[in-house]
Design a protein around this ligand. Structure first.
Ligand SMILES: N[C@@H](CCC(=O)N[C@@H](CS)C(=O)NCC(=O)O)C(=O)O
Length: 222
């Protein structure tokens, strides 16, 4: 099958893994071209299509349509195939709930997990204890909010099938499980681990995220 489009990215970018799960569910194929961070995204050709120079960056098969922002890319791929109603909602309330969780994934989970990641794993910014603790506190608060939604044992956040909502929280949570979402936080949100493991049983999720969820026992600090 001809690819639906290309996504430029570095490996294991959860925003791209989300798009790949969605493409698989919609029977669409995505090409992941050769990409070197700091090189490919600085070329005049890349910047002419994606002026911010950030990834993920999507280009349609005919290279006339360009998109950035992981959530916009995910939504575009979701709405371009037969599983659109499942992934994005089939009525105003379910669509709004899916949107709520998608934004929650970005603004509450990712934005709290990424500064600590840059401090202690990527070591791209200096360790700042006060900022780290504030982010960890925000992350824990968000995880507790998620716990409220799933503590009745539900498998999916909205309805009875996988939607963008689940993928948008899975991405940052599986990333944070390596360095921030530690044993102490998991005690505060005991249903989350089982919920995430359940998501990984969905074949398209397993294929793109892998089966392993490695939770750290103690968060990594500077
Ligand atoms: N809000 C964007 C964030 C994209 C982003 O920050 N990408 C980073 C890598 S995780 C990047 O490409 N940075 C390169 C740069 O800042 O030059 C999204 O959700 O897709």
């Amino acid at each position: 099958m001809a690819p639906f489009g290309k996504i430029y990215t570095y490996p294991n970018n959860y925003r791209v893994q989300i798009a790949q799960v969605i493409a698989d569910i919609n029977n669409l194929t995505l090409e992941i071209p050769e990409f070197t961070m700091g090189v490919t995204n600085k070329t005049p050709d890349f910047l002419s299509k994606f002026p911010l120079g950030k990834v993920p960056a999507f280009s349609s098969a005919d290279d006339t349509f360009h998109l950035t922002e992981g959530l916009a890319i995910a939504r575009y791929i979701a709405s371009s195939g037969p599983a659109s109603a499942q992934l994005l909602g089939s009525d105003p309330k379910s669509s709004a709930l899916i949107e709520m969780w998608a934004l929650f994934g970005e603004s509450e989970l990712s934005s709290a997990a990424i500064p600590p990641l840059l401090m202690v794993l990527a070591k791209k910014i200096p360790y700042d204890e006060a900022r780290y603790n504030q982010c960890a506190g925000n992350f824990e608060r968000a995880v507790k909010r998620l716990e409220v939604a799933i503590k009745d044992g539900r498998k999916f956040l909205v309805g009875d099938k996988l939607t963008l909502a689940d993928l948008a929280v899975l991405g940052p949570l599986q990333l944070a499980s390596k360095f921030l979402f530690d044993g102490e936080m998991r005690k505060q949100a005991p249903s989350v681990e089982g919920y995430l493991k359940g998501l990984l049983e969905v074949p398209e999720v397993k294929k793109n995220f892998g089966t392993e969820l490695t939770f750290c026992e103690k968060r990594v600090q500077g």
